[in-house]
Design a protein around this ligand. Sequence first.
Ligand code: SAH
Ligand code: SF4
Ligand code: F3S
Length: 440
Amino acid sequence: MADTKKLFIKTYGCQMNVYDSERMAEAMGGAGYETTDKPDEADMILLNTCHIREKAAEKVYSELGRLKSFKKDNPDLKIGVAGCVAQAEGEEIMRRQPSVDLVVGPQAYHRLPEMEEKTRKGKKALDTDFPEEDKFEKLKRRPKAKRAPAAFLTVQEGCDKFCAFCVVPYTRGAEVSRPVERIITEARDLVERGVREITMLGQNVNAYHGEGPNGKVWTLADLIWELDKVDGLERIRFTTSHPNDMQDDLIDAHAECKKLMPYLHLPVQSGSDKILKRMNRSHTAESYIRLIERIRKGRPDLLLSGDFIVGFPEESEEDFQATLDLVKEVKYGQAYSFKYSSRPGTPAAERPLVDQDAADERLQRLQALLSKQQKEVQDSMVGREVSVLFEKTGRFEDQMVGKSDYLHAVHVAGSGAEIGDIRKVKIVESGTNSLKGVAV
Ligand code: SAH
Ligand code: SF4
Ligand code: F3S
């Protein structure tokens, strides 16, 4: 048998990239590779990249510049670029950084083993096709080894929404939903490997419309109820959703499905209708707020998470104030906010930027407000009983760390719990970024 080779993967960007990295590692496992966390002992280094903002993409080039020197010590080392920068920039990557041997897009990575073989023959390999065949069909069934108790599972990929700022419809392609049966099989396999919590992933996960049994089209809510039946699976989550795809059956699931966790990531981007229109978001601030009210009616303890962009072209101080107002009205338990970054090829890239000092200052003000809200929501957990899924051991001897139903990190000492256990925990203290609890 040939020697095992070592693969080092560095993952940038969203959860879907985390999932893809796992699948790439598994695909390369079939080609004689095992993963390592030490880049200097790797035979292949793969960067799974993100193109969402300029900074994210530039990080990849500086990392590639640094990795180049690894080839001096190990001339057989192959360097590959996967993910959304690979899709967006393709051959340009090899031009800018000749040490790169391989470039593979997010829809072509089932071909990674054959591409690696090509690089072993001293050739460059590039594949950024959106192939007819489905990569999930071509990838082998996932291995059986025991794994961490929380897992991602991609159920939908791509986006047809074309928000004016966003590269995702170009890097991930059109919306595609995986068939129900495959998702359920993958979920069962994960549960057999020790998984207790599954987060279903999609760039527009609530637009899911996959082929179900009998050729019927299933919604995300149908999928949730099917996963609800899987013994051993205790928690269900999904991300990321678009407000316009929040259908009644999904809202009802939040009220009725015990395994569906009380957490929803529902990006709004801006609180100004003028800006929302310019962003091509096709919802208003008002419709978003009414929607949240409806969801909270069925699930009052729902923790809401959001994404925001400040400094979008034509954003005035008044528009920004509308965003602050929306945040105050909704009250977020978790939030991600960004300064607008102009992305080549998107409609908004043609428009003049707002004053960048003003944009920086707005981002600071928004982040101050969001941090305050997040802390308040976190602090409000003190005294409450939550359930915690333990994911790892803590820094202290008998301490375990896990996630609550609301996705807060919780430290618990002396519970006797093991990784993968779910326990009722009473929250006793709220720290900077995590909670402390005692088992009840
Ligand atoms: N599919 C998801 C998320 C896409 S990217 C959704 O529709 O919500 C994650 C977040 O990055 C977006 O929600 C947005 O807030 C931010 N983002 C996307 N493009 C951006 C850009 N050009 N500049 C700044 N932030 C951006
Ligand atoms: Fe990007 Fe908008 Fe699609 Fe989200 S919905 S991936 S922000 S285009
Ligand atoms: Fe980034 Fe691609 Fe995800 S651009 S956010 S890695 S879909």
